[in-house]
Design a protein. Structure first.
Length: 255
């Protein structure tokens, strides 16, 4: 019950302020631009392939549009996910309401889970708006359903990892801008750390590739469902939520 109460409170807070509407607008504009650009590029290649059949080899909607679109959405999440989480704890710390919330008959885990569920629900709603693009593609070509489902699953897990990371930094400061900046920086580091795999060798290269958050998204976008990728995202999410929980417990202990 405590988790549900916090969940409802946070959902009301999202839509009672311009935050949700601004994020939805930004996401739809940027994702729409990416979709249009990818679609226009594939259309151009298709026209060229009509004159040179050799270019049509391996040309399909799944690899040409769906897969790169999901990867591009992952880039968008780098910028938008910190906006969803930066206020969840930081704002309450600044206003002094976090201490009041911690005095309620609620466990720290219930507070954390309620806030995380609210951010995840809003993100899932945000992600669902892109289903319109997939429906538009069905007018043009026959789509493979499985890569679309795995792609959305990968984006959902990726978003959950970003959200849990953002919650951690939001619990450490009372400044929303600082929380958002650190969440973005840490997310970006996890995104680009795989680049070091090209310079490192042996175990270090394998470690950088494993830590790269985008490396695991690629398999989902290809329609490949691997246990190691699911375990990576769930492990990251669990670790950051656990760290956030400990941060709350320390704050409660300090009074």
């Amino acid at each position: 019950m405590g988790t549900l109460a916090v969940f409802k409170k946070e959902m009301r807070s999202y839509f009672a302020s311009p935050i949700a509407y601004a994020i939805f607008t930004l996401f739809l504009v940027i994702s729409g631009y990416f979709f249009y650009s990818i679609l226009a590029y594939l259309s151009l290649i298709s026209v060229q392939a009509a004159m040179n059949p050799g270019l049509a080899r391996g040309l399909n909607v799944t690899d040409g549009i769906v897969r790169p679109f999901f990867i591009d959405l992952g880039v968008v999440l780098l910028f938008l996910m910190p906006l969803l989480t930066m206020r969840l704890f930081a704002e309450e710390r600044k206003q002094g309401t976090l201490e009041l919330l911690l005095t309620y008959p609620l466990r720290d885990g219930e507070i954390l889970l309620g806030k995380f569920m609210a951010a995840t629900a809003l993100y899932a709603l945000l992600l669902s708006t892109t289903a319109l693009y997939m429906l538009l593609l069905t007018w043009w070509s026959e789509l493979e359903l499985y890569p679309i489902l795995t792609g959305y699953l990968g984006l959902l897990l990726l978003g959950m990892a970003f959200l849990s990371l953002g919650l951690l930094f939001s619990s450490l400061t009372e400044n929303q801008i600082v929380a958002g900046a650190f969440a973005f920086g840490a997310s970006l580091l996890l995104w680009i750390i795989g680049w070091g795999a090209t310079l490192a060798e042996g175990d270090w290269g394998a470690l950088f590739r494993h830590l790269s958050i985008v490396e695991h998204l690629t398999s989902f976008a290809r329609g490949v469902l691997e246990t190691k990728d699911i375990a990576y995202y769930l492990g990251m999410t669990s670790f950051f939520l656990f760290a956030t929980l400990k941060s709350l417990e320390v704050r409660r202990w300090k009074g």
